[in-house]
Design a protein around this ligand. Sequence first.
Ligand SMILES: Cc1cc2nc3c(=O)[nH]c(=O)nc-3n(C[C@H](O)[C@H](O)[C@H](O)COP(=O)(O)OP(=O)(O)OC[C@H]3O[C@@H](n4cnc5c(N)ncnc54)[C@H](O)[C@@H]3O)c2cc1C
Length: 408
Amino acid sequence: MKIAIIGGGAAGFFGALSCAKHFPEHEIVLFEKNTKLLSKVKVSGGGRCNVTNDTLDIHQLVKNYPRGGKALKKTFQQFSVAHTIAWFQNHGVALHAEADGRMFPTTNDSQTIVDCLWQEAIRLGITIKTGVAVQAICKEDHQFRIDFTHHQSFYCDRVLVATGGNPSSQAYEWLRDIGHSIIMPVPSLFTFNVPQSPLDGLQGLVVKEAIVKIKNTDLQEKGIVLVTHWGFSGPAVLRLSAWGARVLKENDYQFTVHFNWLSDTKEDTLRSQLLQYKIDHPKKMVSNTPLFDLPKRLWERLCSINGIEETLRWADLPNKNLNKLIESLLRDQYLVAGKTTFKEEFVTAGGIDLQHINMNTMESKLVPGLFFAGEVLDIDGITGGYNFQAAWTTGWVAGKHMATMISS
Ligand SMILES: Cc1cc2nc3c(=O)[nH]c(=O)nc-3n(C[C@H](O)[C@H](O)[C@H](O)COP(=O)(O)OP(=O)(O)OC[C@H]3O[C@@H](n4cnc5c(N)ncnc54)[C@H](O)[C@@H]3O)c2cc1C
């Protein structure tokens, strides 16, 4: 039998390797439209490839997928983070975890992952054809016909579609044509642009634990916030962009973002702490005494925005300015207008609707023999290695079941 894999990225390669391992006697051909294979793996993680995240517990793991997490539970039971670590280990690639859980090859070089996948594909006898773009799949009796843009066709018995994400809806037209519904694709993982920000000039400043909220939504994240020269970035902002990918797109990326720069601190507590400070340090300059572990430059800027002169002492701080400072510390507001890609990393939210996919096998419920894996599906994770993990998992499970079905 002939098995076609469409897409030479993480999911396509893992699908092909799994299929070849589980069912070595069949012919597997991988088609990639570009001349280069595994190009995202190569550039990923700033050239280091954040392969996965050391979240070993599946219940915790699925919480990192704004879309598809619940459905992935079943799939992760067959192939999860521990399997990924073991697979790479067994193929000569040791992974190490950083303090935040992100896992990289110990070489800290994405080429290690590219070489490993490539060498294994060669070893298993997978045929790889580059520079061939698929434009249609048709089912003819019990076979599939795959049409390429250069007017040739390929007949096969099973197909895995692993063509990745794409923010343009037209890119999914050929998959709609075979009967699948597409959840509208929108970009995820981006940073917020704040034109003429009152924090202009403070780029590089890091707040270790802030609460960020998006006005008129339930979206809220706690964590590190980074002030950039165009607005705000950092893990808390990126997580918000992922959870809010759809609603923020609907608002054309024009919205108001709120910060509690003091994390969970409530107004009553803050007020009494500041009043106590006034009593204890009446002669100290307000602007010069950053409190609560806030970066000095942020404290100074918030003081200046609220009319607190550099030379003003705590004893002389009028109530009006104290109230304004409290407001800025706990409910600071900025108008976001637009988004920017974070270190070139992005994913697509949306894609093949999971209701028509059997998540135990990754087979289409509409077209038997057709399988899907990776970002082409309506699955996306927050940053931290979760997107590759979804690609390895769905690719592996698809490859394993394409084979099982053929043998039966
Ligand atoms: C710059 C960057 C850095 C990233 N870093 C990380 C990271 O460190 N960790 C992480 O977890 N995630 C990261 N991501 C996300 C991650 O790369 C993707 O989620 C993952 O690559 C998805 O794998 P995939 O195989 O589904 O799709 P892709 O990697 O996009 O592969 C799909 C392949 O299919 C090919 N293709 C598409 N259409 C056709 C067609 N019609 N015919 C033939 N071939 C076709 C494409 O050319 C492509 O090679 C990053 C993303 C970017 C953009």
